[in-house]
Design a protein around this ligand. Sequence first.
Ligand SMILES: Nc1nc2c(c(=O)[nH]1)N[C@H]1C(S)=C(S)[C@@H](COP(=O)(O)OP(=O)(O)OC[C@H]3O[C@@H](n4cnc5c(=O)[nH]c(N)nc54)[C@H](O)[C@@H]3O)O[C@H]1N2
Ligand SMILES: Nc1nc2c(c(=O)[nH]1)N[C@H]1C(S)=C(S)[C@@H](COP(=O)(O)OP(=O)(O)OC[C@H]3O[C@@H](n4cnc5c(=O)[nH]c(N)nc54)[C@H](O)[C@@H]3O)O[C@H]1N2
Ligand code: SF4
Ligand SMILES: [Mo]
Length: 745
Amino acid sequence: MSQKTVYRICPLCEAGCGLGITLSQNEVEKVRGDADNPMSKGFCCPKGIALKDLHEDPDRLRTPMIRENGVFREAGWDEALALIDRNLARVREKNGNDAVALYLGNPNTHTMAGGLFIRPLVKSLGTKNFYTSSTVDQMPKMIACGHLYGHPMRIPVPDIDHTDLFVVFGANPFVSNGSLMTAPDIPGRVRSLQKRGGKMIVIDPAKTKTALAADRHLFILPGTDAFMLLAIVNVLFEEKRVSPGHLADFINDGDIDTLEKAVSAWTPEAAADICLVPAADIRELALEIASSGKCAVYGRMGTSTAPHGGLSSWLIEVINILTGNMDRPGGTAFARPAHVPDGSIPKRGFATDRWRSRVSGAPETAGELPAAVLAEEITTPGNGQIRMLITIAGNPVVGAPESDRLDEALAQLDFMVSVDYYINETTRRANVILPPASIICHGHYDFFFHGLSVRNYGAYSPPVLEKGTGEKDKWEILAHLTLIAKGMGAEADPGQVAQGILHELASGVIKSLGGPEKAGITEQTLIGMLSGKTAPERILDFLLRIGPYGDNFGLNPDGINFDKLSEFAHGMDLGPLQSWIEKAIATPDNKIHLFPLPYQDAINRLEVPPGHPQSGNRGFSLIGRRHLRTNNSWMHNIPALSANNPCTLHIHPENARALGVGNNDMATVTSDAGTISVPVEITDTIMPGVVSLPHGWGHDMKGSQLRVAGKNPGVNANRITPAIMDPLSATAVLNGIPVSVAKSG
Ligand SMILES: Nc1nc2c(c(=O)[nH]1)N[C@H]1C(S)=C(S)[C@@H](COP(=O)(O)OP(=O)(O)OC[C@H]3O[C@@H](n4cnc5c(=O)[nH]c(N)nc54)[C@H](O)[C@@H]3O)O[C@H]1N2
Ligand SMILES: Nc1nc2c(c(=O)[nH]1)N[C@H]1C(S)=C(S)[C@@H](COP(=O)(O)OP(=O)(O)OC[C@H]3O[C@@H](n4cnc5c(=O)[nH]c(N)nc54)[C@H](O)[C@@H]3O)O[C@H]1N2
Ligand code: SF4
Ligand SMILES: [Mo]
């Protein structure tokens, strides 16, 4: 039998490992790590291997589904799209554009369709009710970077391959494989760091796999990182170790003085009481950061989706800036991906709170309203109430706070559409589900994660297999929805949306050259020069050609384009991270806005969080936990990934003894939002007074059609997550939640 191996980037998580996929006829034989991929060098994880199982999963939808009288039936695309068209028009006519909400989940960032075709859809829906998983995730970092550097996606990445000191606050990249840091094989990269004499220090309320591999691990009480980070800044000033180096030209002196005053009260001693990190350890860490030639301070979920997440995410940047480590090889730096032309980010100035949510007045951030208010916006009557919801690659019933309330809210909608592979906890509420073709039948280019890569890198992966007859690519589905939202009907050709994107790009180029006469070229000629079979490929070709390494439509013959990139089956290494702030900075005045007003106010208002003993919490502080074989909520239908269900409550032996609970006993965990029951797992890897639960479980909801996941459902942690937000970023607080724990009766 004829066998061949094709190469592609894994689209499941931010690491973007190279995979070799062996095909025989039209079947996937096996998946393994691609040893020739310059970024991942053969590394991959069990989820990447499971791409075969995802592709073959009998529960994965192959045709649109329509729900009638509570039961789903298969439908054709024409019927499904026409039904959406009629209902969208009906709801908008009666209730206005804001009555239609859009929720985008995490996997959108892992598809070309998500990178290219979401923007036109959002524009054509014209609704203020735009939600994404960013507000249960990295929004605090986006907002901090928006203020500091001018754009929410100008996020510096730790140069883990060249740093001497890697300081990790609230992240577990040995398990998550890294986030806002595309670096396949973190364990290998950390080993190299240690081999060259460098160190990793981890600050986390749990002794995670990452913490176990670290040179030092400091336990910290959940939700108190902002206090410790303020103390680090305080020490930098006190010990005269503020030394921004080349960044000094980009910072106003006044900002540094104001900052020095603002942190003056936050000595390590003051912070130690709150964080339970000894003052000497905080001081030592601050001095190590200052003394290490090349240091990268990094923070993820534990610093963003925790109390004061906005402040912590900003303070991490501040420390990297004050020590001159930002925009420096070996410190943190902006990646320079091949598809983002230098200077293409408009220097408009950054602001949040440009509008507010209708019911509780939560601020807009980066054009979005927070996922934590979605439920109340659906259930609260009045002008602007959400009556229809479109979810795309999202499972907010599991991923967002107060899940029970959100689930009940979805049941009250007039109409709901989901673009998804499965009938799961969220999509079971949809009237129509539109499934994209299998994950390996799409071409792949990481529009988001090449911009967060620890090395500049580009890879295009063509579809591994042709999509099945009658299946649609994700971009086509999004384009159909866009045209429907534009009032052009269910039958309009999705290619029009792609043409629109290409024309917009071409007209931008011609405008930058002083108009068609001066440029001596038309939009049509530029578009006519493009390669690529599919619309996403042609748009990618355009972006690559005008990008920083591009062939500039032939003006730079050595540069790259889609055809050249495609020749590199394992992707193209574009070199290590560089210092290039002069070009990368996106603020209107080309300065780093070090200490924006909202952060000044936040420091003035700073209070010990509700989950803290000093706030009167006599119970526990609940945090989250990820496991290697999970990917948020959506891969538990793969037997190889869900056999050992890790959905247990981690609790310290001392606490377990006091409560009289043993391993595998059921415990009830109660917060302001509700109560759940979950098996206990006693471990001294968790700090006393803290308990942890993984999220993404709870697959036993009536109507879900996940046969494997349903057998081993676990419990949905967000049933007890209250809808509380960090005020700076409107991001949900998922860690540091006050709970009581008791042995189940
Ligand atoms: N296997 C697997 N990989 C994944 C995912 C998955 O579900 N499974 N999800 C992907 C996604 S969408 C994302 S966003 C990334 C997330 O990537 P990470 O942020 O690296 O992953 P987490 O496991 O959430 O790590 C957060 C850490 O913060 C700690 N923590 C909790 N509260 C606090 C606190 O208040 N302070 C401090 N300092 N630490 C705290 C937790 O103990 C935990 O170790 O992972 C991605 N990769
Ligand atoms: N308590 C707690 N809650 C959390 C977190 C936590 O740490 N603790 N983490 C948060 C984080 S970081 C995130 S990112 C969110 C994730 O929350 P969401 O992004 O809302 O949901 P996921 O669980 O990632 O589910 C993704 C959905 O997309 C579908 N899907 C997968 N691939 C594709 C595709 O290519 N196209 C389409 N159309 N659909 C696809 C899947 O079937 C699934 O229904 O959860 C958040 N919730
Ligand atoms: S680490 Fe992430 S990108 Fe790599 S194989 Fe696993 S899921 Fe895929
Ligand atoms: Mo995430």
